[in-house]
Design a protein around this ligand. Sequence first.
Ligand code: GRF
Length: 192
Amino acid sequence: MRIVVLVSGTGSNLQAVIDAVKAGELDVDLAAVGADRSGTYGVERSAAAGIPTFVVDFKAYSDRSAWNAALTEAVAAYRPDVVVSSGFMRIVSADFIDVFGGRYLNTHPALLPAFPGAHGVRDALAYGVKVTGCTVHWADAGVDTGPIIAQEAVPVAETDTEETLHERIKAAERRLLVSTLRSLAAAPQSPN
Ligand code: GRF
């Protein structure tokens, strides 16, 4: 199973995938890592691991649809079976989903459909939930929507800040992403 991983930031979830592949615990071909801006640590650590990288800088395009077309083309060049949005903070448009729909995986730091969006951890904490968690799902062109594949619950502590809670959720997210990819590699499936 060939995968392309998209990141916008530090890529610690991506690192878990890289580590699992290197340890022989995950049998996928990490074809490339892409980002929506230059200078991300996610791209830096991928290059250090010898993985091909690319940047389709959102700011370099006149509009969202031009950026989306460039992203679709850049990802397609690596002929992935599955595309993983791992801390990729951009919503892709229907054109991208036309090509990769049903094989575009997203990880989200909340128990969807609760708390979608860029601040899932902050919103869950503000709401006062006692349990939150993470979700791996097939993504569509919506904001954190699409069929859920796996979830893991994470209890909220009285003393949690957004940072401490997010760190514990990310530990669960890493496990869930690697185990989901392992299952998909063993028995490829998608909603299509
Ligand atoms: C993850 O919690 C992801 O779900 C969220 O941002 C975080 C990215 O972390 N959207 P990292 O870049 O993998 O360290």
